[in-house]
Design a protein around this ligand. Structure first.
Ligand SMILES: [Fe+2]
Ligand SMILES: [Fe+2]
Length: 298
């Protein structure tokens, strides 16, 4: 065993930094969504917040496929964490499957733009695959995995945020959040093992931040147009205020976002093992709320 500078003890691996006790279980969860049981404004009964999260959900299937492909391209460079990589790939594949099932309902909910958003993202990511080197593609994945981990940890730790999700859809986001937090370090560890450096990591983070917010804003605007709230400034201001002012769900993430720019940053610097253990038990334990609809994959 080795004790790195963080003062925590890690298992011996070529990466040397992975927290002990982090298993990445693949789970095949089947939510069997039914449009008639999910309200159109399923987040806080608020059209702005719901369309924001619908837009995010539309970016997941193609985005997560990109994450998986970028890790696969360099997985041979990270011996010693094969099990974690397999867990990461399996979890992301399941997220894509269930978010696609949810996204398929959006047309029935009055969002005819939804399939076009998915299609355009696929085209854009094709261009990214052709343009960026494998290492830079993986750096983009690390950046976006940091985003998903920040959002996930906030959802798992913030009851107010959770309560805003309608019970028909809350389990999807909780399951996804738990697994994002479980595998948050995998792409990063592969990046470092493949020789990915600091300058590329932060430069790609800045680029990815700009592109991600632009893509999310475009998708959000299209869905708001479908929902006929695009030209209602009061709806906008109130919704944006909730994201950026109070409760300020996005503003609260700024310190965590900035921590990525520290030269010694590692996703496991934020140790959330206790929170994750509690959620694993609540969702998938003996009396777990999702146990009946979940198949564990060895
Ligand atoms: Fe995911
Ligand atoms: Fe992820």
């Amino acid at each position: 065993m080795i004790t790195p500078r963080h003062g925590r003890t890690y298992g011996v691996s070529p990466v040397h930094r992975r927290l002990k006790g982090m298993t990445i279980q693949r789970r095949d969860v089947d939510f069997g969504f039914d449009a008639s049981t999910i309200p159109r404004d399923w987040c806080h009964d608020n059209a702005f917040q719901t369309t924001f999260l619908n837009a995010l959900s539309l970016l997941f299937p193609e985005g997560e496929k990109f994450f998986v492909d970028s890790v696969k391209k360099l997985r041979d460079r990270a011996p010693g964490i094969e099990r974690e990589i397999t867990g990461f790939i399996g979890q992301e594949a399941m997220h894509g499957k269930e978010h696609r099932a949810f996204n398929d309902l959006l047309v029935a909910h009055g969002f005819p733009s939804a399939p076009g958003i998915d299609r355009r993202l696929r085209g854009f990511l094709k261009l990214v695959r052709r343009t960026l080197s494998p290492k830079s593609q993986l750096a983009a994945t690390c950046a976006l995995e940091h985003f998903t981990a920040m959002l996930a940890e906030q959802l798992l730790e913030n009851p107010r945020m959770r309560d805003e999700l309608h019970p028909s859809i809350r389990p999807l986001w909780l399951w996804h959040a738990l697994e994002e937090a479980e595998h948050k370090a995998v792409a990063f560890d592969v990046y470092e093992a493949a020789g990915g450096g600091y300058v590329r990591r932060v430069a790609i983070m800045l680029l990815t931040t700009a592109i991600f917010f632009a893509a999310q804003a475009l998708a959000h605007a299209r869905l708001m147009a479908d929902r006929k709230i695009l030209w209602k400034p009061w709806t906008w201001l109130r919704g944006a205020g909730r994201l950026w002012l109070w409760p300020g769900y996005l503003t609260r993430l700024v310190p965590s976002y900035l921590s990525y720019f520290r030269p010694g940053f590692h996703p496991d610097d934020r140790d959330t093992r206790a929170t994750l253990a509690a959620w694993r038990d609540q969702l998938f334990g003996d009396a777990g709320t999702l146990r009946a609809q979940t198949r564990l994959i060895a």
